[in-house]
Design a binder for this molecule. Structure first.
Ligand SMILES: [Cu+2]
Length: 126
């Protein structure tokens, strides 16, 4: 139990140290922005590892996003982003445009229809 609880903490520490490494090698103007890094979590309608890869890739191209990690069993997407470059609302829209629900927002219908059958939200998580 103790080691399970420590896991998310280690994940956070890993992200923090990555950000610090980047700050050290980045020009001064970028360093200031790394202080404005925020984290947001969204419940998605992802059902499998293909969904995970699709959403993470899509979010990686979004302005201001530093990392995007989806946990398939819980369907929760964790995004770290620069708070001066994007907002949780914009990130939710990016998830919708990829074809997935984001919290209370329903997936963009056209993007959803383009998903392979195995990635439709009517499927159980697999
Ligand atoms: Cu899928």
């Amino acid at each position: 139990m103790k080691s399970l609880l420590a896991l998310p903490l280690f994940a956070l520490l890993g992200l923090t140290s990555t950000a610090q490494t980047q700050a050290q090698t980045a020009p001064a103007a970028v360093q200031a922005a790394t202080n404005g890094v925020a984290t947001a979590q969204f419940k998605t309608s992802a059902v499998c590892d293909m969904c995970k890869a699709r959403i993470e890739k899509s979010l990686a191209y979004e302005k201001g996003v530093q990392s995007a990690v989806l946990d398939v069993p819980t369907k929760v997407l964790t995004v770290t982003y620069k708070a001066d470059k994007t907002t949780p609302a914009a990130l939710r829209t990016a998830v919708q445009k990829t074809g997935y629900d984001a919290d209370e927002l329903t997936a963009d219908a056209r993007a959803y229809n383009r998903l392979p059958d195995c990635c439709k939200k009517t499927n159980p998580t697999h």
